[in-house]
Design a protein around this ligand. Structure first.
Ligand SMILES: [Zn+2]
Length: 293
């Protein structure tokens, strides 16, 4: 409040010795029947954008562009072509929806106790045919180098601009487990993390948890809690789907939906790295035994 009082005093003082018009000239905008002043601004605010959601289109370039620009059901903030065009030697990213507008890419979704992620995220669609979850095989070509380089440059820019946290860079499958399987286990999450985009487990920390879990694996309840702490939102009956989504993201060699100890070790090492060692320790504590008085 003190800051505001000082600001107001200064404003009044300035109004006394020169004209308010001069002081605020640069911030006044004439509107239809009124004038808008941006001379005084609030400090308490945040941006709509908290999350970055990555997708593949499962369509070819032309179909992707047609659907994303002509459908009144789906859209994305950005589209990365399968062969991005260049301008002055730099690859072109297509912005289909401005950042401050909501694109319709996430659908029914949840992350970190927030739902309907269209409200709070940016969506990047990447042209790729995707994969078959029954055979575990690619349906077309892998993501190519130019796409990934462009994705890295674009994501880096957005992450910096909107201060998006590593654990808030997610795949569509992470926020809609069971319903969505993109960007799939062939997506190079590790490479992105090495370029500063999104989370990735620390190898040594994972090995420490692996050694611990070989002696005493965590309970399913503890695994469920760790998934929830990391960001996943789901109902009990969706556990397999969530584990599969987690494996697509962090353990793509083993997308089984079954919690093996490697999956558990990766999960707890991520909780440890991004939410603090104490958080991981707390989850792994045995249930409290009520003291008898
Ligand atoms: Zn998607």
């Amino acid at each position: 409040m003190k800051k505001y009082t000082v600001g107001l005093g200064l404003l009044l003082a300035l109004a006394g010795c020169s004209s308010t018009k001069d002081t605020h000239n640069a911030t006044l905008t004439e509107k239809n029947g009124y004038v808008l002043s941006k001379g005084e601004r609030s400090v308490a605010k945040n941006n709509r954008i908290r999350f970055l959601v990555l997708h593949y289109t499962a369509l070819d370039q032309q179909q992707s562009l047609e659907v994303l620009t002509q459908s009144d059901l789906v859209s994305a903030n950005y589209l990365i072509a399968d062969q991005p065009q260049s301008h002055k030697g730099l690859p072109i990213a297509l912005q289909l929806v401005d950042d401050h507008d909501r694109a319709w890419h996430a659908g029914v979704s949840q992350w970190k106790n927030r739902s309907n992620l269209n409200d709070t995220s940016l969506g990047i669609e990447i042209v790729n045919a995707g994969w078959d979850k029954d055979t575990g095989k690619l349906l077309g070509e892998p993501y190519n180098e130019r796409q990934i380089e462009l994705l890295i440059s674009l994501s880096r820019d957005l992450i910096e601009k909107y201060d998006i946290q590593p654990t808030d860079v997610v795949g569509h499958s992470d926020i809609a487990p069971g319903r969505k399987i993109d960007p799939g286990p062939f997506f190079p999450w590790q490479r992105l993390a090495e370029a500063g985009i999104g989370a990735w487990p620390d190898e040594q920390l994972t090995n420490d948890y692996l050694a611990r879990f070989e002696l005493a694996p965590p309970t399913m309840l503890q695994v469920a809690k760790a998934l929830e702490v990391y960001g996943y939102g789901y109902l009990d009956e969706q556990m397999d789907d969530v584990v599969r989504a987690f494996q697509m993201r962090f353990h793509p060699q083993s997308v089984t939906g079954v919690v093996d100890i490697k999956t558990a070790a990766i999960l707890f090492s991520l909780v440890d790295k991004y939410y603090g060692k104490q958080k991981a320790v707390d989850i792994l504590l045995p249930p409290n035994v009520a003291a008898v008085g």
